[in-house]
Design a protein around this ligand. Structure first.
Ligand SMILES: *Cc1c(COP(=O)(O)O)cnc(C)c1O
Length: 479
């Protein structure tokens, strides 16, 4: 189905506005402008009525799918519904119209708010100090690794390696490489967890850090975390926590108490800013006290009752973001945390975990469940049985679109063949979860009965199967 362009609705002289009559003398353009600036031919703009414009763009918006349309169970991505009231708060004129060059004295209220946000994040994560500046999760990772690098440089230690498990999010090894470390990958064990023997073998005097997500990307909690921390710390290395998905643990365990030294948050996953769509995010970094001298400048500080930006930090790694970071995203996180409170955040975690486990229990007979361990806010199935019938996980994902359901994350984590990684999030109700489960079961039946139907999906989307690789490598942005 190809939508007509806006110009295809047009007709010469049709207008979408009415202006008052001209009350100055009408003249030729050449009375006002130099001849060289005047077009020889009209620009060819569409001439359309207001209703044409509104219907056209509303129609285009409905070709898209988002969290406002339905469930978006992309594992590891936390695509959830966020309260719109937090958007309103971030747009309050007194907050949104501030300028970063304003004097500190004029923005004490805003600084107080940011300071409190830092304290909340420190409390939630069990860290001592937080910088709100990084703009994304991966930017937080890079900042955290630069802190680690600076720490060892100051101590005069040559540590060049970062250990990353094979189930890690792709940004982990990428950030380690960007920070100038050599990435050492270790294999997970049969339970999908860190293999302690493999870790012991990999840890030496050259290891700066181990990067870990807990629960890991299979949704499984690393029960041996204290022993893991001990192994790394014994060898003089540090522990980095990838805290992109705090809705798995908030109010239950804290990375700081698991003996991690550095972490990042994704405010645009757990803390209210919608994830996806390319809008601004924020990836604050938290550290234990001994690493706080290396945080990026400026550090938001407090002297009696006055808040100020501290630039006098000789050991700081420098700046990582213009001004103070993405303030609007921080406002939404602040509003979210204040609105839910400690018990509400804990409840969000409970719902995220309950929803994921409910779906896992309902789907594990139709689809292979490669790791049997208890999981938290997400779980990973394998489409291996369906693949034997000639239908791939990609085909299943495309078929879901025909049922107006969004597909889970597929082919990640890499340790699972034909992976389907499902994260329903805390914001979906049981009816929505059931509908998704029934759709998956339907597709599974279709694969038995008429596999070709699923192989050729999608059938009902505005565009059929796209060549995503070609689209990324050779984008053709013209009509
Ligand atoms: C989303 C995510 C990241 C990266 O965050 P971005 O803001 O997309 O850069 C890192 N690790 C995990 C586990 C994630 O889910």
């Amino acid at each position: 189905m190809v939508k007509p362009l806006i110009r295809d609705y047009g007709s010469p002289g049709r207008k979408g506005y009415s202006l008052p009559e001209l009350d100055i003398p009408a003249g030729e353009l050449s009375d006002y402008l130099d001849q060289s600036l005047i077009r020889e031919k009209p620009a060819g703009l569409p001439e359309v009525s207001e209703v044409d414009v509104v219907r056209h763009f509303t129609g285009l918006s409905q070709m898209n799918y988002g969290v406002d349309s339905g469930i978006y169970p992309l594992g590891s991505c936390t695509m959830k519904y966020n309260p719109k009231i937090n958007e309103d708060i971030a747009r309050l004129e007194k907050l949104s119209q501030l300028h970063p060059y304003q004097e500190e004295e004029q923005v004490q209220g805003s600084l107080e708010l940011l300071y409190e946000l830092k304290e909340y994040l420190a409390e939630i994560s069990g860290m001592d100090q937080v910088s709100l500046q990084p703009a994304s999760g991966s930017h937080g990772e890079l900042t955290g690794l630069m802190i680690i690098k600076k720490y060892f440089a100051e101590r005069g230690e040559q540590r060049t390696k970062v250990i990353v498990p094979d189930s890690a999010h792709g940004t982990n090894p990428a950030s380690a490489a960007m920070a100038g470390f050599q990435v050492v990958e270790i294999e997970s064990n049969q339970k999908g967890m860190i293999d302690l023997a493999a870790l012991r073998a990999a840890v030496d005097q050259e290891v700066a850090a181990l990067m870990l997500t807990n629960p890991n990307t299979l949704g499984i909690f690393e029960k041996d975390i204290l022993e893991i921390a001990e192994i790394v710390h014994q060898a003089g290395g540090l522990l980095y926590y990838d805290g992109a998905n705090m809705n798995a643990i908030m109010g239950y365990v804290r990375p700081g108490d698991m003996n991690f030294d550095v972490l990042h948050f994704n405010l645009h996953k757990t803390f209210s800013t919608p994830h996806g769509g390319g809008g601004p995010g924020a990836g604050p970094v938290g550290v234990k006290e001994f690493l706080s001298p290396y945080l990026p400048v400026p550090v938001l500080s407090k002297d009696q009752a006055r808040y100020y930006w501290d630039y006098n930090r000789p050991l700081s790694l420098g700046k990582v973001h213009a001004f103070y970071g993405n303030y609007g995203v921080m406002l939404k996180a602040y509003a979210y945390i204040r609105a839910l409170g400690a018990s509400g955040l804990k409840e969000a975690t409970e719902h995220a975990v309950l929803n994921a486990n409910y779906m896992k229990a309902r789907l594990k007979d139709q689809f292979e469940l490669p790791y049997q361990e208890n999981s938290l806010h997400e779980f990973v199935l394998s489409g291996i049985r369906q693949k034997e019938k000639g239908v791939s996980t990609l085909n299943i994902a495309k078929r879901l679109l025909d049922y107006q359901q969004y597909a889970p994350t597929i082919y990640f984590p890499l340790v699972v063949k034909e992976a389907l990684m499902i994260e329903p999030t805390e914001t979906e109700n049981i009816k929505t979860l059931d509908k998704f489960v029934e759709t998956m079961k339907n597709i599974s039946r279709e694969i038995e009965e008429k596999p070709q139907l699923v192989k050729n999906a999608p059938h009902h989307t505005p565009v059929r199967k796209l060549d995503d690789v070609a689209a990324a490598r050779n984008p053709d942005l013209r009509w």
